[in-house]
Design a protein around this ligand. Structure first.
Ligand SMILES: [Fe+2]
Length: 282
């Protein structure tokens, strides 16, 4: 996909800010996320979704509606871009013939059948990227990377590539989504953060999704990652009732992805090991 220039500026935020990615049509996880935000006293204006609200799970339309009605900030993932523009595949960037590509044929056609025209039009109105300032940091929210909506950026992606993306965005901090795994890295001139996703486990052998909080801390920002508990069995029941393939149903219960084609060797080696993410001061 080509470079994007559709960047919405939210101005100066005061925090805390909750970041979450990948609702993936998982209505139960999305409800749990919004309930958690409410419990923490956060309003919708303090919530940012990094995209892919629609994907593997059963509740396409209800998940879009819930997030839209909640009024959260939200950028297009490749799934929003594809469904919004009636493109005939998910745009994830999977290699042709790979397990991910074969599975995506099934869930994407289901999502394409079960989204309303009104929601499809709404997805087209979402910005590609967001920028805001928090405690003096220039922060840009992207789906994959600054130059490509479906670029996979992992913890193991070289720092030089991450810095290149920061330079493109003219930002101090980039917040990405798309890859499905939570992580954070800071170096002298910048930081890359990923909140993980709420709609699918982190391939760590647990059922939890993940979200991230940004909280001003004196002159710095404290970044913390948190597990999201939700009713995974209800999400699986809905997928079974919808006739979706079993691979991602099993993943919601086992905490393990049905395939790891997209993962670099470093992330593949972490499969099944419960994640522990320490807070980061940036
Ligand atoms: Fe994505």
């Amino acid at each position: 996909m080509s470079a994007q220039t559709d960047v919405k500026d939210l101005g100066v935020l005061t925090g805390p800010v909750m970041i979450f990615g990948g609702p993936y049509s998982n209505l139960q996880a999305t409800r749990a996320l919004l309930q958690t935000a409410n419990r923490l006293g956060l309003s919708a204006s303090q919530l940012i979704c990094t995209g892919d609200a629609v994907a593997y799970c059963a509740d396409t339309e209800a998940t879009v509606r819930l997030l839209r009605d909640a009024g959260v900030h939200w950028i297009q993932g490749n799934c929003e871009a594809s469904l919004g523009n009636r493109i005939d595949d998910c745009g994830c960037g999977f290699e042709e013939g790979s397990s991910c590509a074969i599975l995506s044929d099934s869930w994407y056609s289901y999502a394409d059948r079960t989204i309303s025209d009104d929601s499809r039009a709404w997805l087209r109105t979402l910005p590609a990227q967001l920028r805001f300032s928090l405690n003096g940091r220039r922060i840009q929210v992207v789906h994959g990377a600054a130059d490509q909506i479906n670029r996979f950026v992992f913890e193991s992606t070289p720092q030089d590539e991450k810095q290149r993306q920061l330079d493109l965005a003219q930002a101090d901090v980039l917040i990405g989504g798309h890859c499905g795994l939570p992580f954070g890295q800071a170096w002298g001139s910048g930081a890359w953060l990923n909140a993980g996703v709420i709609g699918m486990p982190a391939n760590d052998g647990t059922r939890n999704g993940w979200y991230m909080l940004l909280i001003p801390d004196a002159e710095r920002l404290k970044v913390s990652w948190h597990r999201l508990n939700y009713a995974a069995t209800e999400a699986v029941d809905a997928m079974r009732f919808a006739g979706l393939p079993t691979g991602y149903q099993d993943a919601l219960l086992s905490g393990l992805w049905p395939n790891i084609d997209i993962l670099p060797a470093a992330e593949q080696s972490q499969r099944g090991q419960p994640l522990q993410l320490a807070p980061l001061l940036i």
